[in-house]
Design a protein around this ligand. Structure first.
Ligand code: TRP
Length: 375
C-alpha cells in the first residue's frame, strides 16, 4: 500500500497525519489523565509543549511514573546528530528534557553521535572532522539550555567509544538487517555504517543500568521520527535484561514556508540559532501565513492559525501563556490583526530569544568540561 507520508529519521515527506503515524509506529496518544498525572508529579505545573499537544505521543510513560511513585527514579536521555548549525526545531527535545530534569531532579544523558550524519548525508563536505567540530558547537548550545552540572553527562560517540561500542555490539546482536532495511528503506547500495548506527543510538537508553549494575528506568524525549531507532532496539534491550525505555514523542516545528517539518538543510525554511537579526527579519517577513491575498479580504474573512506559520511559532516557542496565545489565534482568525503586525512582533521575540541563547552559549563555552565525558 502506498502511504501519503514517509516518516523515519532519514526522511520526512508528504502530508503528515500525526495520529496515523502514532498508530503506524505503535505509540500511544497522550491523554488528559496522563497529562494530569505528569502535572501532579511535576509539582502542579505542566510544560506548555505537553499541555498543547506538541508532545503528543508516548511509550510506557505510565509504567515510568508508577516506578517513580515507588521511589525508583528515572533518568533522561536525548541527543542530536550534528550536521550544521542547530536550528530552533532542534531545541524542542532539549527544552523538555531540561524541564523534566528540573521537575523530577533527574540525571540526564545526552548523546552527540558525531558519526551519524557523516554516514547518512551524501554531502561530501560533511567530513568526520567537520561533524566533530559541529558537535562542540551543539554541546555549547545544549548547555545553554540550563542543564544541571553534576547531573548531566554529554558525550560524542567518537570520544566515548569504549563505553558505547561494547554495549552497541551487545544490542546489535538482537537486531537484524531485515528490521533495519524495512524501517529505514535502506537498499544494498547503502553503506554498512548506517545499518549499525541504530545500535549506537540505543546504548544510552540502558547505559545507566549497565553502570549502576541494576535496572534504572529511562525516559527519552524525542521527535516522532526518532522513535524508529528505539522501536527497533526495544526487544533487543529487553533480551539483554534491561528495562525497555519509556519515551515521549513530539510533532515537528513547521518550516517557515509552511512545510510540515523545518529542514536543517534548507536555509530559507529554517531558523538557525546563529541567524543574525537581519536574516531573521527577512525569513520571518517571508514566512507563510495562509492569509487572504489582500488586507481587505483578510479583514473580512480572517485567516487560519492552524496553517499560519507565524501563529505556529508562537504556539511552539514564543508564547507560553495559553490565554495570550488564544488572543493571537483569535486575532488571526477574525482578521483583526494583519500579517505584518504579527510578523513584526514575532521577529522581535525571536531575535530577543536568540540573543539570550547566544549569550548563554558564550558562557557555556567555558563550562564544557563540566559536562562532557570521554573514555
Ligand atoms: N539521531 C538523532 C539526530 O538525528 C540524534 C540522537 C541520538 C537522538 N540519540 C538520540 C535523538 C536520542 C533523540 C533521542 O539528530
Amino acid at each position: 500500500m502506498e502511504r501519503d507520508s514517509v516518516v523515519n529519521p532519514y526522511e520526512v515527506k508528504g502530508n503528515i497525519d500525526y495520529e496515523e503515524i502514532a498508530k503506524r509506529f505503535g505509540v500511544n496518544l497522550i491523554d488528559e489523565a496522563l497529562k494530569e498525572r505528569i502535572k501532579r508529579l511535576a509539582g502542579g505545573e505542566l510544560h506548555f509543549m505537553i499541555r498543547r499537544g506538541i508532545y503528543y505521543a508516548q511509550r510506557d510513560m505510565n509504567w515510568l511514573l508508577d516506578e517513580y511513585e515507588k521511589g525508583n527514579k528515572f533518568y533522561l536521555y536525548t541527543g542530536i546528530g550534528p550536521s550544521g548549525t542547530m536550528t530552533l526545531g532542534h531545541l524542542i527535545p532539549f527544552a523538555l528534557t531540561q524541564w523534566f530534569q528540573e521537575k523530577f531532579d533527574a540525571e540526564v544523558y545526552i548523546q552527540i553521535p558525531d558519526e551519524e550524519k557523516f554516514l547518512v548525508k551524501k554531502k561530501s563536505d560533511l567530513t568526520l572532522e567537520k561533524t566533530h567540530e559541529l558537535a562542540y558547537d551543539d554541546v555549547a548550545n545544549i548547555i545553554a539550555m540550563g542543564f544541571k552540572k553534576g547531573k548531566t553527562k554529554i558525550f560524542l560517540d567518537t570520544e566515548y567509544a569504549k563505553t558505547l561500542y561494547k554495549n552497541a555490539v551487545r544490542v546489535s546482536r538482537g537486531i537484524t538487517f531485515s528490521m533495519i532495511k524495512d524501517a529505514f528503506g535502506f537498499t544494498v547500495e547503502d553503506n554498512i555504517g548506517k545499518i549499525f548506527y541504530t545500535s549506537m543510538q540505543a546504548v544510552p537508553a540502558f547505559l545507566m543500568s549497565v553502570e549502576k549494575g541494576k535496572n534504572i528506568p529511562c525516559l527519552i524525549p524525542l521527535a516522532i521520527d526518532q522513535d524508529v531507532h528505539f522501536r527497533i532496539a526495544r526487544d533487543s534491550i529487553a533480551k539483554l535484561g534491561y528495562y525497555k525505555p519509556a519515551s515521549i514523542q513530539s510533532k515537528f516545528l513547521p518550516g517557515l514556508s509552511g512545510k510540515p517539518k523545518m529542514s536543517a538543510s534548507d536555509p530559507s525554511d529554517t531558523l538557525y540559532l546563529n541567524d543574525d537579526d537581519e536574516t531573521v527579519r527577512k525569513k520571518v517577513f517571508k514566512a507563510f501565513t495562509g492569509q487572504q491575498p489582500t488586507a481587505e479580504l483578510q479583514k473580512k474573512h480572517g485567516g487560519n492559525p492552524e496553517i499560519c506559520t507565524v501563529c505556529q511559532y508562537y504556539r511552539f516557542f514564543f508564547e507560553d501563556d495559553d490565554t495570550r496565545l488564544k488572543k493571537i489565534f483569535d486575532a488571526e482568525r477574525s482578521g483583526s490583526i494583519l500579517a505584518g503586525e504579527h510578523k513584526q512582533d514575532l521577529y522581535e521575540r525571536i531575535t530577543k530569544y536568540l540573543a539570550g541563547q547566544r549569550q548563554k552559549k558564550e558562557k557555556a563555552l567555558e563550562r564544557m568540561d563540566d559536562f562532557i565525558v570521554r573514555d
